[in-house]
Design a binder for this molecule. Structure first.
Ligand code: HH2
Length: 283
């Protein structure tokens, strides 16, 4: 059955180097934070063997991609040194890729991007939109899929007082510009994914406007990734603590997909996969 997703008119394949992901249904990206301080799973998977086991578990639960990050980007997070980030992330990427799992690497550092590509990652995911010097070149050379996210400010300061005129237009225009820069640097459009960056320099009203406006971003013609899982917005709506936000996060993932997201980035893979199957069958 043909999908009515807006991005499929332009691009039904996500090129991840030697591997291709077919975007004929919403994809699920599972999260493994190899960090001490991530807002929802900080410290749980800091040891490489526990991170690898968690990545395998998420893949068994139906994750199409497993996103491995070695540096928290929660508001106020402390930056991690290059050597430390490499030591956290690369062994996990190698082990998961060797098992045939499509691994995404969540990093802002071009050196980590290059090492991750060498280790066999399928996607580079940069919350900083590949703005660091050398990031565009590392993205182009990797051959992997490239997810460019919008953030206003830096993780240290971004939630202080985010401001926009029209948040959807500004985020859309920024992402269109990053896609142009990536393509000029040699990243073919079949490799590009765009992400509005929920919670990254956005207050509650901005996040709501962006969920409702996902269609305008998807209309750029690139697959859109939405990361709402367990974020503060879900807590603000439900009144739940971080570890009690699964149902709220699943609901948010469904709305994001309904509004045009092609990929959802989630902590709770199994319930999201089941919910998306039901959504696909009943819509
Ligand atoms: N959100 C987080 C981290 N990386 N990448 C993309 N593309 N989109 C997102 O929305 C996104 C992201 C924050 O979530 P998490 O990884 O769970 O927390 P932390 O940054 O504290 O490790």
């Amino acid at each position: 059955m043909a999908s009515r997703h807006p991005f499929l008119r332009v691009n039904a394949i996500l090129d991840c180097g030697p591997r291709r992901l077919i975007l004929d249904r919403p994809l699920v990206m599972g999260i493994v934070n190899v960090t001490a301080d991530s807002f929802s799973d900080g410290g749980r998977f800091l040891d490489p063997s526990s991170a690898i086991a968690q990545g395998e578990r998420l893949a068994r639960e139906g994750a199409d991609l497993v996103d491995v990050g070695g540096e928290s980007t929660r508001p106020g997070a402390v930056p991690v040194a290059l050597e430390e980030e490499l030591a956290r992330v690369i062994p996990v990427v190698k082990a998961l890729a060797a098992k045939g799992i499509a691994v995404s690497v969540d990093t802002m550092k071009p050196e980590v991007m290059r090492a991750a590509a060498e280790a066999g990652c399928a996607m580079l995911n940069d919350v900083n939109g590949f703005l660091a010097p050398g990031a565009l070149e590392a993205a182009a050379a990797s051959g992997a899929a490239i997810c460019a996210m919008h953030m206003q400010g830096t993780p240290a300061t971004m939630q202080a007082e985010p401001r926009y005129g029209d948040v959807v237009c500004e985020v859309r225009d920024f992402l269109a510009g990053r896609a142009r820069e990536l393509e000029s640097a040699g990243v073919r459009r079949e490799r590009i994914v765009l992400d509005p960056g929920f919670g990254f320099g956005k207050n509650f009203a901005h996040n709501v406007a962006l969920v409702k406006g996902l269609g305008a971003i998807a209309a750029l013609g690139y697959p859109v990734l939405a990361g709402l899982s367990r974020k503060r917005m879900i807590g603000e709506i439900t009144g739940r603590a971080v570890e009690e936000r699964t149902a709220g996060s699943v609901a948010a993932a469904l709305v994001a997909v309904q509004n045009g997201a092609a990929i959802v980035r989630v902590h709770d893979v199994l319930p999201t996969v089941d919910a998306l199957k039901v959504w696909a069958a009943l819509r």
